[in-house]
Design a protein around this ligand. Structure first.
Ligand SMILES: Nc1ncnc2c1ncn2[C@@H]1O[C@H](COP(=O)(O)OP(=O)(O)OP(=O)(O)O)[C@@H](O)[C@H]1O
Length: 257
């Protein structure tokens, strides 16, 4: 299991959610979700397909509106702020999605510079170079700076995708299935990277995964979404010490170690 992360501040919440409800037509997806993410913490969200993990992430990032409940992200209630404030808030949230594809026609350097240019940060050439070098070093791929995405492995592309997110220095990282489709050794590398990002950039992160080896390696805390609510929460061992058959089924069918 992961060693306790020294930088977590349990007196400060990066995200605080209370009584969150979301339905689509007659279908209740989130039925009163309570969840806190502490500053500097890696929180793993587990749950079977269709339990509403992506809906939760979309509500946190203001892409979907909750039907009921309180959703506070970095001190702001996402469904109460103006579109302009929401845009600003989103810049403090880094997304690592499964399909966060790199631009194939751009080099690694150009891919990394793109978010800086798009968000028209007024930076000098030297400042841009420094930022690119820092994030590439953080993901262990300094040597790939002039390569094209097609020359990289799946795991390396994933790392560059994370570097591209980090270049805007997000306070919160949202990882959606970070190890999906990768071989077991590359999964270990990505798990180590998630922990390295936490340490080096002091991010607060939610990691959505079905990969229990990943959950155990990166999670300071695990929360399991079952039937529209978080029903088990704690360290990896605490969560699976339950005799809830649904949690046990998740463990037994997923965990290969
Ligand atoms: N915009 C939408 N309109 C209607 N139904 C939706 C919408 N978005 C999500 N849903 C439904 O909400 C439920 C939860 O979807 P969600 O994508 O959050 O699941 P998930 O837990 O992320 O699943 P997976 O692990 O497979 O990605 C699904 O039944 C889905 O069909």
């Amino acid at each position: 299991m992961k060693k306790a992360s020294p930088n977590i501040d349990y007196n400060q919440k990066a995200i605080s959610i209370k009584g969150l409800q979301k339905s689509f037509d007659e279908f209740d997806v989130l039925k009163g979700v309570d969840l806190d993410l502490y500053k500097g913490e890696n929180l793993v969200v587990l749950g079977r397909s269709g339990t509403g993990k992506s809906v939760l992430i979309k509500i946190i990032s203001g892409l979907l509106k909750p039907d009921e409940g309180y959703v506070n992200v970095l001190g702001q209630e996402v469904d109460k702020i103006s579109p302009k404030e929401l845009d600003k808030l989103r810049l403090k949230i880094g997304f690592s999605f499964q399909n966060s594809a790199l631009y194939d026609s751009m080099t690694v350097r150009e891919n990394l510079e793109f978010p800086l240019v798009r968000n028209s940060r007024n930076l000098t050439r030297k400042e841009i170079d420094n930022l690119v070098e820092t994030v590439l070093d953080a993901v262990g791929l300094s040597q790939a700076i002039n390569q094209m995405p097609s020359e990289l492995s799946g795991g390396q592309r994933k790392r560059i995708g994370i570097a591209r997110t980090l270049i805007l220095r997000p306070e919160i990282m949202l990882y959606d299935e970070p190890t999906a489709g990768l071989d077991p050794i590359t999964c270990i590398d990505i798990n180590n990277l998630i922990n390295e990002v936490q340490r080096r950039f002091n991010t607060s992160s939610i990691i959505i995964t079905h990969d229990l080896t990943c959950a155990r390696a990166v999670g300071d805390r695990i929360a399991m979404l079952l039937d529209g609510q978080f029903q088990h929460e704690g360290t990896f061992d605490e969560v699976f010490a339950t005799d809830d058959e649904r949690a046990q089924a998740f463990y037994n069918y997923n965990f290969i170690d």
